[in-house]
Design a protein around this ligand. Structure first.
Ligand code: ADP
Ligand code: G6P
Length: 481
C-alpha cells in the first residue's frame, strides 16, 4: 500500500474566479510550485491543502474537499483553508512576500529597507496564525488517513508549520521543501533574533528538509549554526536538534512533459502561435517569460538588449524581444514600482533604436498562459537571467516545446543551472555586457550546435520527472514502496 500523501502549500493548483454565469470557475494557479506539484500529484493521488486566496476560493472552501479540477472526479483532492482577508493580507503580502521573499532572494536595499517595527510584529502574528491553521488541518487529515501518512510541506510561507505539526503529532513523518533559495547567515542576521530563531526552529520540526540546488541547502545549514544547540554536519548535510537528526537533501524537480505538451496542443495555444508568427514576421525572436517579479532581473535583461543593439548593429531591425510578464503580488508597492521601471526601460530602448517599422522590445504585462506556451514554440533564444531563483521551470519548459532549436541563456545563479549548464549559455546576471554577448552568441549560433544543445537540454529535463521528486521525498521519509 503506498503511503497516503498530504501536501500543504500556500497556493493551490487552481484558483477560482467568477465565471460568466456568476459561479466560481476554476483557473490554473500561477508559478513554478503549482506546475511542479500538480505533475507530481497527478501521478499518484493524495490530498492538497492550500490557502483560499480569492473570494471565490473562499466560497469553494466552504464546500469542503473538492477534486483537483474543481470537480470530484480527479485523482487528487483539494482542501482550501479560509482566512479573514485582513489576516491573510498581513501573512501573505506582509510577512511571507515582503519579508521572507526579500530575505531569501537578497532583495533589500539595505540603507533603506527593511524597517522592522509594530507592523512587522502584526504581520508576524498573522504568519504564526496561518501556519498554525495549516498544522491543525494536517494533523486532522493525518488522523483520518493513518500513521503512515507522508506530510509534504511546501515553501517559505509554511516555515513554522513543520514544528507545529510535530508538536501535535510527534510520530508524523514530515518533509519540508523550499522552491526558492535560502539566505546565508549574514543575511539571516538582518532579521531580529526572535524571528530568525523561530523560523529555523519551525523548519527543523521536519524530518527532511529539501532544496532544488546545493547552494541553497548549504546556506540553510550554515544559517542553522546561528541556532543555539544545533549541531550542523555540513559534509553529511545533517542537523542534530533536540535529540533528532534532520536530513537536508538536494532534490531538483523537472516537469510533467506530457501534461505540458497536452496543454500546448489546445486550440487557443495554436491560435496564439499563429498570431505570434504573423506578428514577428521574418524577425528572430528573443523571448523571456516571468512572473513580473523583482528577482527575475527583467530590468538588466532589457539593458543587456540595449547594449546588444549598440554593439551588434547587424541585428537592428532583424530581431524582436518579447517579454511576457505575468502580473504578480500586485498589492505590494515594490512590485508595481519595479514593473513600472521595467516598462519605462523598454520604452527607452525602443525610443533609442526603434524605427517606424520595427519596435525592438514588446513588454506585455498581463496574464496570458496560452500565449506563453505558444511563444515557447517559436523562440530563437530564451533568456532566463534571474538574480537568484529556486527552480526556473521556464528554462525547462521552453526547450521541451520549442520547434526552432532555440538557444537558452541562463543565469549562473539560477536554481536549474547545475542541471542545465552544459547545454545553456551561462551569464552572470549582474553583468549586462556579458549578457549582451550571450544574446549575440545565442542568435548567431550555428544550426548543428543549436540542435545538439536542444537535445542535451531535453535529456536533462527528462532526467528528473516530478514523480521521481515525489518518490525521493517518500524514500527520505522511509515511506517509499
Ligand atoms: P516562479 O515559480 O518564480 O514563478 P518558474 O519559472 O519556476 O518561476 O515557474 C513559472 C511557472 O509559471 C511556469 O510553469 C510557467 O509556465 C507558469 N506560467 C507562466 N505564465 C503563466 C500564466 N499566465 N498563468 C499561469 N502560469 C503561468
Ligand atoms: C514561487 C514560489 C511559490 C509561489 C510562486 C508564485 O514559485 O516558490 O510558492 O506559489 O512563486 O507566487 P504567488 O505569490 O503568486 O503564489
Amino acid at each position: 500500500m503506498p503511503a497516503p500523501i498530504v501536501v500543504a502549500s500556500n497556493r493551490g493548483p487552481i484558483a477560482f474566479v467568477r465565471g460568466a454565469d456568476g459561479k466560481p470557475a476554476a483557473k490554473r494557479g500561477a508559478g513554478g510550485l503549482v506546475t511542479a506539484l500538480s505533475g507530481a500529484l497527478a501521478a499518484g493521488g493524495g490530498l492538497w491543502i492550500a490557502s483560499a486566496m480569492t473570494e471565490e476560493d473562499r466560497e469553494v472552501a466552504a464546500r469542503g474537499r473538492v477534486g483537483a479540477d474543481g470537480d470530484d472526479a480527479s485523482l487528487y483532492e483539494l482542501r482550501y483553508l479560509s482566512f479573514e482577508p485582513g489576516l491573510f493580507d498581513r501573512y501573505y503580502n506582509g510577512w511571507t512576500n515582503r519579508v521572507l521573499w526579500f530575505l531569501h532572494h537578497y532583495l533589500w536595499n539595505l540603507p533603506q529597507t527593511p524597517i522592522f517595527g509594530a507592523d512587522t510584529e502584526a504581520d508576524w502574528d498573522a504568519f504564526v496564525a496561518v501556519n498554525r491553521a495549516f498544522a491543525d488541518a494536517m494533523a486532522e487529515e493525518g488522523g483520518r488517513l493513518g500513521p503512515s501518512t507522508a506530510f509534504l510541506v511546501q515553501d517559505y510561507h509554511l516555515s513554522l508549520a513543520p514544528a507545529m505539526l510535530k508538536e501535535l503529532r510527534p510520530d508524523a513523518r514530515i518533509a519540508h521543501f523550499s522552491h526558492i533559495p535560502f539566505a546565508g547567515p549574514s543575511y539571516m542576521r538582518i532579521l531580529p533574533e526572535r524571528y530568525r530563531t523561530a523560523l529555523l526552529e519551525g523548519l527543523l520540526g521536519a524530518d527532511v528538509i529539501g532544496f532544488h540546488a546545493p547552494a541553497w541547502a548549504d546556506r540553510f545549514l550554515l544559517s542553522c549554526r546561528l541556532l543555539d544547540g544545533a549541531r550542523v554536519d555540513l559534509r553529511r548535510r545533517v542537523v542534530g536538534w533536540r535529540g533528532r537528526k534532520i536530513r537536508v537533501r538536494v532534490n531538483p524537480m523537472g516537469l510533467d512533459v506530457d501534461a505540458l505538451r497536452d496543454e500546448a496542443s489546445r486550440p487557443e495555444v495554436v491560435r496564439a502561435a499563429e498570431e505570434l508568427r504573423a506578428w514577428k514576421g521574418d524577425s528572430a525572436l528573443l523571448l523571456r517569460v516571468d512572473r513580473a517579479e523583482l528577482s527575475k532581473n527583467i530590468l538588466r535583461g532589457f539593458l543587456a538588449f540595449d547594449r546588444f543593439l549598440e554593439t551588434h548593429p547587424e541585428w537592428r531591425g532583424r530581431v524582436v524581444f518579447l517579454a511576457l510578464l505575468n502580473p504578480s503580488r500586485e498589492e505590494i508597492p515594490d512590485y508595481g514600482a519595479y514593473v513600472g521601471e521595467c516598462v519605462r526601460t523598454a520604452e527607452f530602448v525602443n525610443d533609442q533604436w526603434g524605427t517606424s517599422t520595427w519596435t525592438p522590445i514588446d513588454a506585455r504585462v498581463r496574464d496570458e498562459y496560452a500565449q506563453t506556451l505558444a511563444a515557447y514554440s517559436l523562440y530563437d533564444a530564451l533568456i532566463v537571467n534571474p538574480m537568484l531563483d529556486g527552480m526556473n521551470l521556464v528554462a525547462k519548459e521552453g526547450p521541451m516545446l520549442n520547434t526552432r532549436d532555440g538557444a537558452l541563456i541562463l543565469s549562473e545563479t539560477a536554481g536549474a543551472f547545475q542541471e542545465l549548464r552544459r547545454w545553456a549559455l551561462p551569464v552572470d546576471p549582474f553583468d549586462v555586457d556579458q549578457t549582451a554577448e550571450a544574446i549575440a552568441a545565442a542568435l548567431d549560433m550555428p544550426a548543428a550546435e543549436r540542435a545538439a544543445r536542444r537535445r542535451g537540454l531535453q535529456a536533462a529535463v527528462r532526467r528528473n520527472p516530478p514523480n521521481r521528486w515525489l518518490e525521493s521525498q517518500l524514500d527520505d521519509l522511509g515511506l517509499g514502496d
